[in-house]
Ligand binder design. Sequence first.
Ligand code: HEC
Length: 417
Amino acid sequence: MNPMEDKLRWLEKAGDADQEAPQELHGLLAEFETPEALLEACTKVRDAGYKKWDALTPFPVHGIDEAMGIRMTILPWLSLGAGLTGLMIAFALQIFTNGIDYKFLISGKPFISVPANIPVAFELTVLLAAFTTFFGMMILNFLPELFHPLFRAKRFPRMTADRFGIYIESKDPLFNRQQAELMFSRLGASALEPVLSPTKRAPLPGVIHGVGLTLTLVALIPVALAVKSRFSKSDQPRIHIIQDMDFQEKYKTQTAHPLLYQGAASMQPVAGTIRRGDLREDGHLYRGMAGDEFARGFPMALTQEMLVRGKQRFSIYCAVCHGATGYGDGLVAQRAEALAEGTWVPPLSLHEAVVLDQAEGQIFNTITHGIRTMKPYGSQIDVQDRWAIVAYVRALQRSQRATLTDVPPDVRAQLSQ
Ligand code: HEC
């Protein structure tokens, strides 16, 4: 079926609904056949002094603004005003906050610095100008306008195809139906149609209700799915739309492999071989052991540098719990005690008899593998540093129970003088 006919039929039905009640005239529509006739008529309507009227054309007609007497709108001035307001707000805000209220030196720039303020000023200028232009345009044009009585005029649809029109609203102070009709027929209008104000809304075609309802329901599906997955559990992997290289054809460790001779994806080292640099024969150095016992003493000569290094590593790794002096009063321990939560075990004081009596190798072993609730540090602290820490722990212990004989003889000699 021809869509235009369809539309006309609907309009007629709508018109029938209107006929039940007496209606007011909304305006007068005049139809013209050519753009030239329209332009000519527009000039006359303009000169006659009408204000509430409009021209209807299916395509832009050159010169129509002038023929209709359309002047520039005030919108550009509104945009300019809004832009300048944004500019001033931005500068005022930045100068006040950074230059007056709370002076804060940034990279040695002056407190009031125009170049530094430009990005914000630019953004705010554009923001206010754009919003004012957009909403100003809508407001000045009374948009959005979802319905206009003209939509029901029988001749209106052709003015979107191959006819031209002029519509004068009855609200215009000059409006007089007889005079207007006379004027239009003199100007060569091919048809005239009075347009009535709607008193009663034409019923919407049922299909629109159907489509609206369907779209609303469909739009709820993603929300429903999101809510469902939020409150339910699934043993399926989650939907992974962009896979990148997350999933590849590959053999993972500890899985079977059909090609390799051992039948496993991870190959075993050849029996009796050791990776270069992995030979750790020295039990004292690497494990703190002498045979089956913890080794006493150090596997290397003690030096001043080693103690300095040990002190530094101790403050990094151990002091948080054991405290700078080793009494078990580090910040973590203090905080945990203050919170008194869960099953916190206080770090041992390194001046307890158990630790004092331990072999150096055992302290080394505690650092490497941890002990009971203390975690291992072997993967973070290398062997040399672990021994340096042990040396420093010894120094700490000795510092708390020093006797006169610990004072070096020359210092002692000075003191006794
Ligand atoms: C996160 C806190 C924490 C850190 C860090 C920490 N420790 Fe401990 N340490 C503990 C706790 C807790 C215990 C007591 C463990 C227990 O009794 O369950 C402990 C016990 C010890 C003991 C006594 C072991 C024994 O035989 O009873 C030594 C020695 C020790 N730590 C040394 C160190 C050294 C050296 C470092 C630095 C490398 C260190 N700790 C870092 C919490 C810590």
